[in-house]
Design a protein around this ligand. Structure first.
Ligand code: ATP
Ligand code: MG
Length: 663
């Protein structure tokens, strides 16, 4: 690939507000630049100073062992992640501080102090031991967003069991595949969960999955909805296999020493979202992961002891692992968790919770922001959001229009926004503003975190000039990087270390390719342009999906847009845009013409979509990302063949396909 043509114009700069800057952990661009320079000269020393902030049972012998493409960090060190998240906060003022504040969808509120969370985790670790789980065994967690999900994760980490959290919205088949891939011995679940005012029957899905999961010996079931008990019961119960959480916990001791685990001991397996293909079982280990997650959480979310911090991600995603549970708790912060649907019982549920709990830091996804934008500013306006001081986004490129709305309608114009780029594979945030230091540009994740050597390069690993698009890569190993794809080191190598080649055609096994396209601007800021697989090719020009979509979203009638290329005899590819309209706007041929014109005017006639299709919804992964590969097949009139197990709503495909036929 020679590069991606760049069409989007640069926008204005938002400097950190001085009020914010005064108190920030990391304050001033010069300070940050100096840190970056130092980390560039000696990245290992930079990460060592971060690792030293943690509690190690035994120090490491070697900081980094890099045999491309396999890295090990803090080799020989012994550490326990749960002890870092819990035990070390018990000796001082944090002991009685809220570790988790939780709100259930029906409205109940629970608070667990660090002392209470510690006791629960110790108890659960003993439960695991009692069920025969040992260090290295895999445990599947299929739980609602309740504190017990975090307790289960921390309990596993305490004894060295490897957790594999599966999002509770996934089907029995998706659960079965993930259990079998990891060969899990135990499943932790709940009878149900509340979502959209309904009970989601999780245990039923587990029962169905376990019909073909021979590795599973036991299941632990939390009573959450109580809709059914074995006595009552329409809940199936397999004697000998199934155990109630509360019954096991009642018998377990609340003392459990944290296991001294190797720094490279596997911590978890987590499957990617499946936006671009079949999900990959990403494997993370302990010491390096915790080091980077802890430091990034502290600096990027500027965590303070009196903050209430809320990341809306489900624990089923990596964001839920690193920035709902581990990062905040390792920093002794208060993390807020919410169980249910974002718009239940009304469209202001999120804003009412921010006001009720006086949330200070709020971290969510562009897909959520776009849907709030579509619903209108009257919903946040009903609530006092003045406690907010910092906002964040993750998951997809954020369209500048959505950034501006977030900044104004939610942040009241006073909160910095951290647009954080990272992946399941990277384990922690990699490219991001630091809120007290980095001037933000809407739509850009700005600059690499200190110690991270990110770049935009061509096929041979040569940096492309500013303004030109290319492959987003990481040139050096980082502490929280994935160690492999579980059970498939070859796929690990093929997936991430084969696209960038030396001039003689041999693979560069030392350069990690992210799968994303990006460009750097003249200030060195990174702009993620979307997936390399999704890049459009129109009349020999390679265009990014993000730029065309952002141009569409900047039109007031458009709530959301996804563009794909379909084969075209003349142009190579022609652009088809799938568009969801803003509230109150209805589809018409006139509007189609207007949108085509709008794109041409905003970024150039090259990018003018040849076809616009209005759609009520777009196909998304369960984590809210647009699945363009499915749209590509629909636009070309093919039947959808790829892996759809992570699709959020299957009916969307049928609707999109039949719509195409009508037109
Ligand atoms: P799969 O790898 O199975 O296709 P996925 O890539 O969607 O799934 P995740 O690991 O959840 O799975 O997502 C990481 C990807 O999300 C990144 O590679 C990038 O494309 C996108 N992304 C995340 N954060 C940002 C951001 N701030 N800006 C732009 N893109 C982002
Ligand atoms: Mg990916």
């Amino acid at each position: 690939m020679d590069g991606i043509d760049v069409l989007l114009k640069e926008r204005r700069l938002y400097r950190p507000p001085s009020q914010f800057q005064k108190k920030a952990h990391l304050s001033g661009f010069e300070v940050l630049e100096e840190l970056r320079r130092k980390a560039r000269r000696d990245p290992e020393a930079f990460w060592v100073s971060a690792a030293k902030e943690l509690f190690w049972i035994k120090p490491w012998r070697k900081v980094l062992d890099w045999k491309p493409p396999f890295a090990q960090w803090f080799v020989g060190g012994k550490i326990n992640l749960s002890a870092n998240c819990l035990d070390r906060h018990l000796s001082g003022a944090r002991r009685n501080k809220a570790a988790i504040i939780w709100e259930g969808e029906p409205g109940e509120i629970r608070t667990l102090t660090y002392q209470q969370l510690y006791s629960e985790v110790c108890r659960f670790a003993n439960v695991l031991k009692g069920l025969g789980v040992r260090a290295g065994d895999r445990v599947a967690i299929y739980m609602p967003m309740v504190p017990e999900a975090a307790i289960a994760m921390l309990g596993c980490a305490r004894i060295g069991a490897v957790h594999s959290v599966v999002f509770a919205g996934f089907s029995a088949e998706a659960l079965r595949d993930r259990i079998n891939d990891a060969q899990a011995k135990l499943v932790i679940t709940a009878d149900g969960s509340y979502r959209w005012g309904q009970v989601l029957r999780l245990k039923d899905a587990v029962d169905e999955a376990l019909r073909s999961c021979p590795s599973v010996e036991k299941a632990v079931v939390l009573r959450r909805t109580g809709a059914a008990s074995p006595e009552a019961s329409d809940l199936a119960w397999s004697e000998g296999r199934d155990h109630w959480w509360h019954e096991l916990m009642a018998r377990a001791s609340d003392r459990c020493e944290a296991e001294a685990l190797d720094s490279e001991h596997p911590l978890f397996i987590l499957y990617t979202s499946g936006s671009t293909g079949k999900p990959k079982g990403v494997l993370h280990t302990t010491g390096g992961y915790l080091t980077q997650v802890t430091l990034t959480a502290k600096w990027i979310f500027d965590l303070r002891d009196d903050d209430v911090y809320w990341c809306t991600a489900d624990v089923g995603w990596v964001t839920g692992h690193s920035y709902v549970v581990y990062g905040p708790l390792a920093n002794g912060a208060t993390t807020f968790m919410y169980e249910g649907a974002p718009l239940h019982p009304s469209a202001d549920r999120f804003w009412s919770m921010i006001a009720r709990h006086r949330v200070n830091v709020f971290y969510t996804a562009p897909t959520a922001i776009r849907s709030f934008m579509r619903l209108g500013e009257q919903w946040p306006a009903k609530h006092d959001l003045s406690s907010l001081r910092l906002l964040g986004t993750v998951g997809e490129p954020i369209n500048p229009q959505a950034w501006l709305w977030y900044h104004r309608a939610i942040g009241g114009g006073r909160c910095p926004i951290v647009d954080t780029w990272w992946q399941t594979e990277t384990g922690a945030i990699m490219i991001t503003p630091l809120p007290g230091a980095t001037p933000a540009k809407p739509g850009s994740a700005t600059l690499p975190f200190p110690g991270i050597d990110a770049d935009v390069v061509d096929k041979n690993g040569r940096p492309v000039p500013p303004g030109k698009g290319g492959y987003l890569v990481i040139r050096r190993p980082w502490p929280s990087m994935l160690r492999s794809i579980y059970g498939d080191p070859k796929r690990y190598e093929d997936q991430y270390f084969s696209q960038i080649t030396s001039p003689d055609g041999s693979r560069r096994r030392d350069i990690y390719f992210t799968g994303d396209g990006a460009r750097k601007d003249k200030d060195g800021y990174f702009w993620v342009l979307g997936r390399i697989d999704d890049v459009l090719n129109v009349s020999g020009h390679r265009l990014s999906t993000m730029e065309v979509e952002s141009a569409l979203v900047s039109h007031p009638a458009v709530a959301e847009a996804a563009v794909v290329g379909r084969p075209d005899e003349i142009q190579g590819q022609a652009i088809t845009a799938f568009v969801t309209l803003a509230g109150g706007r209805s589809p018409s041929d006139g509007l189609k013409d207007e949108l085509r014109q709008h794109v041409a005017k905003a970024i150039g006639s090259l990018a003018r979509p040849s076809e616009i299709r209005f759609s009520e919804t777009l196909p998304k992964t369960r984590s809210g990302k647009i699945m363009r590969r499915l749209l590509r097949e629909i636009a070309s009139g093919e039947t959808v063949r790829g892996d759809v197990t992570t699709l959020e709503d299957f009916s969307v495909l049928a609707r999109l396909q039949s719509q195409g036929e009508e037109e």
